[in-house]
Ligand binder design. Structure first.
Ligand SMILES: [Zn+2]
Ligand SMILES: [Zn+2]
Length: 256
């Protein structure tokens, strides 16, 4: 399987997982033109997208999803709660095929197996996803306030992990964000702080974890170099590769 990202952070998220036959887009948090332009960087024409999977209804994850799905007739997979919270944004006249997910059941999209994971986050029914094809696996985990046993279980023997490293606790504390926003980000239904992400990584790290990719970094309250250094300290003994997804530049194709 291969992975790339159009960008990740509070200004927009979109990730691609593909193999020789199937091309899945996870979230579409950029506007239509921006999405098409960013897809072009990776030689993807939108008509080649097999399906879009949405994680939750926050704007940085769904901004361009419906307009793209309608224009190129791409089915959207999402939880019932995400559908309920976002369907008012669907313009009259749009014809989109929605597939509601059973949150604890794996399912196939063409030849890729998709395993949804419910996560604690301040959305109605947020999910994150694991993908399996033959003996390779990719998981994308952003937007979770707390590590759960269920998520840890679902990440067993993963080969490529995209994980939220949202903020540095001290940088957030010392930032000029209002107290209510600090509380939301730091809360159990907010976002993972660097040290929490590292804890999760340490608990699932193994010798076949070829790639660890940090995502959804706060532009104000985190630093790419800091995150990279922290990850290397955990994964070095397994010689995993480390990447960070840039908000503007995204991340080039990586193979598992
Ligand atoms: Zn987000
Ligand atoms: Zn969110």
């Amino acid at each position: 399987m291969e992975f790339c990202s159009l960008g990740s952070g509070s200004s927009g998220n979109a990730f691609i997982v593909k193999n020789n036959q199937t091309l899945l887009m996870v979230d579409c948090g950029f506007g239509l033109k921006e999405t098409i332009d960013r897809l072009e960087r990776y030689q993807i024409h939108p008509s080649k997208i097999t399906a879009i999977l949405l994680t939750h209804e926050h704007e940085d994850h769904i901004k361009g999803a419906f307009i793209l799905a309608n224009k190129f007739q791409i089915p959207i997979y999402l939880s019932y709660g995400t559908y309920q919270m976002s369907h008012k944004k669907i313009n009259d006249g749009y014809k989109i095929k929605f597939e509601l997910i059973n949150n604890f059941d794996s399912f196939m999209i063409d030849n890729i197996s998709v395993s949804p994971m419910p996560v604690p986050h301040d959305a109605r029914e947020p999910l994150q996803y694991r993908f399996d094809y033959k003996d390779k696996s990719i998981a994308i985990i952003t937007d979770l306030g707390k590590i759960t046993k269920h998520v840890v279980q679902k990440l067993s023997r993963i080969n490529l992990l995209v994980l939220e490293f949202n903020h540095d606790e001290e940088m957030l504390r010392d930032s000029d964000y209002p107290a209510s926003l600090k509380k939301r980000i730091n809360g159990e239904y907010g976002h993972l702080e660097n040290k929490e992400s590292l804890k999760l990584l340490a608990s699932i790290s193994h010798s076949d974890l070829a790639w660890v990719i940090a995502a959804h970094l706060s532009e104000k309250n985190n630093k790419i170099e800091l995150v990279k250094k922290m990850i290397f300290e955990i994964v070095d003994k397994h010689k995993s590769n480390v990447g960070v997804i840039d908000q503007d530049l995204g991340l080039e194709w990586i193979s598992t």
